[in-house]
Design a protein around this ligand. Structure first.
Ligand code: UGA
Length: 416
């Protein structure tokens, strides 16, 4: 199988053609290089020949949230129109973008309109094939999926898609073959459920703090119940990223619009916002007067192993603290470039540092916001010596209270 990647962003394609990956995703550079070397993969802006040369066309563009929370389908519609403009024989058009239920129909109509305009009549099939990989472990997740979901309308398209995923099909990865609307719904329902699960454990963690229970033991014991599972039960400063915030909002909007509101999702969205603010409040309550205090922040990306800052809890938390005239020293292994773009806009007193030790030198408090592995193995004795104050906010619960307190820190975490 050979793959052509098309984008209208010339600089992105140029970078990819020069072996520069525009995002940080572990292992992706080698994977791309290998497949380019074997001539199975190429990058181009020439959409016309790419459409004509392909049997299967994946739509994988962004569906960002609009002001009102609904998904913006402009990019999807644009691509559908472009496909309609250039197809020259039967094609399978697969939607990988996360889209509202009914988008498959919109794509189909756009292509039909374009064909009518050209006065031609080629057959095509629409497939919905939602993606479940996570940033930071994209390659593993993609090659070891729990299931492949295919929403489609014809036997022919089903056979072609099984051929596309032949390796997984032979590995006995479960395939869920259903109609297009159901496949579209599966994606939103899955992401919203995971966001709800995180929010649930965050709220349990907040309660644990008040009643003196340990959320880690609670989550561990809950997770042992096969019906619950231990995954996505890690409490923290709230979920972020380009998916959960956007998809919960979009699903909630859709459900409200058709007068069947999924109130649990609505509450999840509110509770997640609140969780981020709670972290800022926790720092304020512990430290009292924050004016001119300096806080060292370790990790600003929405999760480790990515440089992605979209909807990162750090943005809300730091923005909230900045209201008290706090000085920040920031370090993130991959997020500094993006962090500068996002944070310098909203915060004045911010310095970006070369490593974790520089970021905590002479600070009154340190705050861990992203659980990068290197933050799990820091030399705490050295940190204690380098810091001016002794506040230690571990909002990813990666340290043991006893060990940290023994060194003379005041330790705060989430739910323990
Ligand atoms: C998420 C889903 O997990 C993927 O299945 C889906 O394909 C993807 O969205 C998407 O729709 O494209 P992603 O946003 O890359 O993946 O990352 P996650 O690992 O799900 O983390 C999302 C947020 O939840 C992060 O801020 C993370 O720190 C937080 N989280 C996750 C927790 O706070 N606790 C957990 O137990 C798990």
């Amino acid at each position: 199988m050979s793959v052509i990647c098309i984008d209208n962003d010339k600089s992105k394609i140029e970078k990819l053609n020069n072996d520069i990956i525009p995002i940080y995703e572990p292992g992706l550079d080698k994977l791309v290089q290998r497949n380019k070397y074997y001539k199975r993969l190429r990058f181009t802006t020439d959409v016309e020949s790419a459409v004509k040369d392909s049997d299967v066309i994946f739509i994988a563009v962004g569906t960002p949230a609009m002001e009102n929370g609904e998904a913006d389908l402009n990019y999807v519609v644009d691509v559908a129109q472009t496909i309609g403009k250039y197809i020259n024989e039967y094609k399978v058009i697969v939607n990988k973008s996360t889209v509202p239920i009914g988008t498959g129909e919109i794509v189909k109509n756009e292509i039909k309109k374009a064909l009518k305009h050209r006065n031609v009549n080629y057959n095509f099939d629409i497939v919905s094939n939602p993606e479940f990989l996570r940033e930071g472990s994209a390659i593993y997740d993609f090659t070891h999926p729990d299931r492949i979901v295919l929403g489609l309308e014809s036997e022919k398209a089903a056979n072609i898609m099984k051929e596309v995923y032949r390796v997984l099909y032979l590995n006995e990865t479960p395939f869920v073959i259903t109609n297009i609307k159901t496949a579209e719904m599966i994606k939103y329902a899955s992401n919203a459920f995971l966001a709800m699960k995180i929010t649930y454990i965050n709220q349990i963690a907040n309660l644990c703090e008040k009643v003196g229970a340990d959320v880690h033991h609670v989550a561990k014991a809950m997770g042992m119940d096969g019906r619950i599972s231990s995954k996505f039960l890690h409490p923290g400063p709230g979920y972020g990223g380009s998916c959960f915030p956007k998809d919960t909002n979009a699903l909630y909007k859709i459900s409200q619009k058709i007068d069947e509101p999924i109130t649990l999702v609505g509450e999840t969205i509110k509770a997640n916002e609140n969780q981020k603010l709670k972290m800022a409040l926790k720092i304020k309550e512990a430290m009292g007067e924050l004016k001119e205090k300096t806080i060292g922040v370790l990790g600003v990306t929405f999760k480790p192993r990515t440089d992605d800052m979209r909807q990162a809890p750090s943005i809300t938390i730091l923005n909230e603290l900045a209201k008290y005239c706090v000085n920040f020293k920031i370090y993130d292994p991959e997020g500094l470039k993006e962090g500068k773009v996002r944070l310098e806009k909203i915060i004045d007193k911010i310095v970006f540092c070369k490593n974790e030790y520089e970021a905590i030198t002479d600070v009154d408090a340190l705050v861990i916001l992203t659980e990068w592995n290197q933050f799990r193995i820091m030399d705490l004795k050295k940190i204690k010596q380098l810091m001016k104050g002794n506040y230690f906010f571990d909002f990813r619960n990666i340290y043991e209270r006893k060990i940290v307190e023994q060194l003379g820190f005041k330790y705060y975490c989430v739910g323990r």
